[in-house]
Design a protein around this ligand. Structure first.
Ligand code: HEC
Ligand code: HEC
Length: 270
């Protein structure tokens, strides 16, 4: 055992040395970046000093939306820090009076808005969130994680690696917020009186594929159905903000932020 460990260490020494050289070229990350406490402090500063122009949820206003990557090109950490301290001369973005530590906290918050939740783990109890997901929240009636759960909503096995923490939160408390619907809830009463519930998949004027929570596809002849209701809303319940406590929602966000199909490596170690 000991020998194989020594061999492993020798073997590892080569890539480690190579990494060391590479990290001299790349700038070291400020410790605030990706740090949950710094992000939370940065959020408070942001709400006071930046939200007036960028929106409380950074959704944009007089200043640009800082959440959607398509709209906002992510900046290097240093550039972000400089913009926060000095503003953008000539543009309508003023300098702030933050000290260095505060400016880094705000930078960490802004970075977390537009990068995968797993890189910026939000506060919350992962285990409690897991329990709510599979239990009280009923999330698993519709969502799958690693092959377990329902089929009405998107698979969340990789949610932490693809969605930012604020997007996870918004998906839970305000499912229609993203404004576009990939999933429309549908209820169909067939000629024989059977009621089918699920999401409308492919739909023409004459037929529709309805997928139920078990994942079964039903081909429905619309001319023969007694009643067809297709909702303009996501089938995801819209009352979680009332049904669950703030703590339970924080815990769910924390749990989902850890869902990644590939193990997460912090950027410095890549
Ligand atoms: C008076 C309004 C205003 C305030 C206050 C403000 N911003 Fe801005 N911000 C803007 C405008 C306008 C732009 C777009 C400037 C441009 O590129 O023309 C901008 C741009 C930015 C950008 C994007 C820069 C880029 O190149 O993509 C970031 C990041 C940013 N602001 C962060 C912040 C932060 C953090 C705060 C609080 C410390 C803040 N802003 C306060 C108006 C404001
Ligand atoms: C009745 C079915 C249903 C239930 C119950 C449900 N969801 Fe959803 N959920 C959906 C559907 C459908 C979507 C996709 C449509 C949309 O964006 O609203 C979705 C979207 C999401 C997304 C965004 C996924 C993405 O890829 O954009 C997250 C995160 C999420 N749900 C988490 C949860 C959590 C956490 C719970 C439990 C508290 C839950 N859902 C309960 C059906 C459901």
């Amino acid at each position: 055992m000991r020998r194989s460990l020594a061999a492993l260490l020798c073997f590892a020494a080569v890539p480690l040395a190579a990494q060391h050289d590479a990290s001299k070229e790349g700038k070291p990350k400020n410790p605030a970046m990706g740090n949950p406490t710094a992000i939370a402090s940065g959020q408070k500063l942001f709400v006071n000093s930046c939200a007036g122009c960028h929106g409380v949820k950074a959704e944009g206003g007089r200043g640009p939306n800082l959440r959607k990557r398509g709209v906002w090109h992510p900046l290097e950490d240093d550039a972000l820090f400089t913009i926060i301290r000095k503003g953008i001369p000539g543009a309508d973005m003023p300098a702030s009076n933050f000290n260095e530590e505060q400016a880094w906290q705000v930078a960490a918050f802004v970075r977390a808005l537009a990068s995968p939740a797993i890189e910026n783990p939000p506060p919350g109890n992962v285990q409690a969130g897991e329990t709510t997901f599979w239990g009280k929240g009923g999330c698993s009636n519709c969502h799958r994680i690693l092959g377990r759960g329902g089929m009405l909503g998107p698979d969340l096995s990789n949610a932490g690696a693809t969605l930012a923490a604020e997007d996870l939160r918004e998906s839970i408390v305000d499912p229609d917020a993203d404004g576009f619907l990939r999933y429309k809830g549908a209820t169909v009463v067939l000629a024989n009186g059977t009621t089918l519930k699920g999401v409308a998949r492919n739909r023409t004027n004459y037929s529709m594929q309805l997928q139920d929570a078990q994942g079964n596809l039903h081909m429905v002849d619309l001319s023969k159905a007694k009643q067809v209701d297709i909702s303009d809303h996501s089938p995801m319940p819209r009352n979680y903000a009332q049904r669950l406590s703030k703590q339970e929602i924080d815990d769910l966000v924390a749990f989902l932020s850890r869902q990644s199909v590939r193990p997460f490596e912090p950027a410095e170690k890549k």
